[in-house]
Structures are given as C-alpha cells and as structure tokens.
Write a protein that binds this ligand. Structure first.
Ligand SMILES: [Zn+2]
Length: 214
C-alpha cells in the first residue's frame, strides 16, 4: 500500500457526491424486526453467508451508517469479516465490502491472528502534514493497484467489540489501512484517489470487472 496529499489534487468530495447513493430505505422493516437485528440498514443479515463484494457493486458507493449498539450480531459480522480478510488474504476489510452499510472495519497489518482488530464507528483525527505515496490494492478491486498519497501519521478513535471507545495513533502501514478502510465507509475507493496515470493504467482491468458484473 502507499501515499498522496491529505487533500488530493482532484476534488474528491465532489467526485464522491457523484457516486453517492442514499442509504437503503428501511421503511419496509417493522420496528420490532429492526430492534431484533439492531443494525442500521434494517435488513436481515446472516453473518456466515457474507462474502466480499466487487466493484462496481453499488454497495461500495453508499455512505455507511453508524452502528447504534455492539450486539451479538455485530460481533458475528466482525468475526466473519476477519475470516474473509484472512482468506483473501488482505490487511483490511470494511462493512460496505461485504454489502453492509455499517460503519465497521477489520484490520490486521501483520497477518498474525493476535493482531486482528475491529473498529466500530471509527473517526480519524490529527492527520500529519507529512505524507507518503504508496501503492495500494483493494479486495473489492482485484487486479487494480495505484499510488495513493496519504498523511503518514493519523489518530483513530473507534469502539471495540466490548462497546468501549478507544484511541490509537500510527505512522506506519496501520495508519494507511485505517485511512483506506475509512474511505470505504464514505463510499470512496482507491480509483478515486489514484493519479490519472494510474487510473489510465488500470482502465482495462476496471472494464473487465464491469463486464463481469453485467
Ligand atoms: Zn479496499
């Protein structure tokens, strides 16, 4: 993975709005059902059946919603996401990548099971001025890679699986993973952040993914 400025040359926010789709309506779900599953989208979620969704799935462009409470369902989803991340293998996986508009991601920069981490309702603060360019890939964009500039150091605040809020700061790969995964929660993909030359280089691979989906 890799680095570009915290504020990319391209107007990412404007770009993001072009692709943003509203959160899935949950009006069809009765309040009692919503409570029983305690999850933002109000859809039925069966954790063992979750799979990684690929570009250009609309799920990857939705703005994920805060998780109201850390329930058993949330813990089961997190466990499934960790399983999928290791199987891929990858260093991080976000809710939208398994088709859920939940603000959750899992990460493990080392691949060692002891380093599995779950971040619920994460918020990034205090990005360093210093930035790095590094190559990044994405489990939802197989075969696509590009240089992304990101702040070298950043702080994350999130809730863990026990419902406790925690804070951590990193200036290595972990910091980059946090930023990549938080982008997913806002519907932003590496193809939005990579330089034009990298987007051009990946044009064929992107078209292939689009063709496979249609
Ligand atoms: Zn990704």
């Amino acid at each position: 993975m890799p680095n570009r400025p915290w504020r990319p040359a391209r107007p990412v926010w404007a770009h993001r709005q072009l692709h943003l789709t509203p959160p899935a309506p949950d009006s069809a779900v009765k309040p009692a059902e919503k409570q029983s599953v305690a999850q933002p989208a109000g859809r039925h979620v069966d954790p063992p059946t979750l799979e990684i969704v690929l570009y250009p799935s609309p799920a990857l462009r939705r703005m994920a919603q805060p998780i109201p409470a850390v329930t058993d369902l949330v813990r089961q989803v997190a466990a499934r996401m960790v399983e999928l991340m290791h199987a891929a293998p990858g260093v991080g996986l976000a809710g939208p990548q398994v088709g859920l508009d939940w603000r959750i991601f899992v990460a493990n920069p080392t691949g060692q099971p002891a380093d599995d981490r779950v971040y619920i309702n994460p918020v990034l603060t205090g990005p360093s001025r210093e930035q790095d360019d590094e190559e990044e890939g994405c489990l939802s964009l197989p075969g696509i890679r590009g240089e992304i500039r990101r702040p070298r150091q950043i702080t994350i605040e999130a809730t863990d699986l026990d419902g406790r809020r925690f804070t951590a700061t990193s200036d290595d790969l972990e910091a980059r993973v946090w930023q990549h995964e938080c982008d997913h929660l806002d519907g932003v993909l590496i193809i939005d952040r990579m330089p034009r030359v990298d987007r051009m280089a990946n044009r064929q691979a992107l078209r292939q993914l689009e063709d496979q989906a249609s």
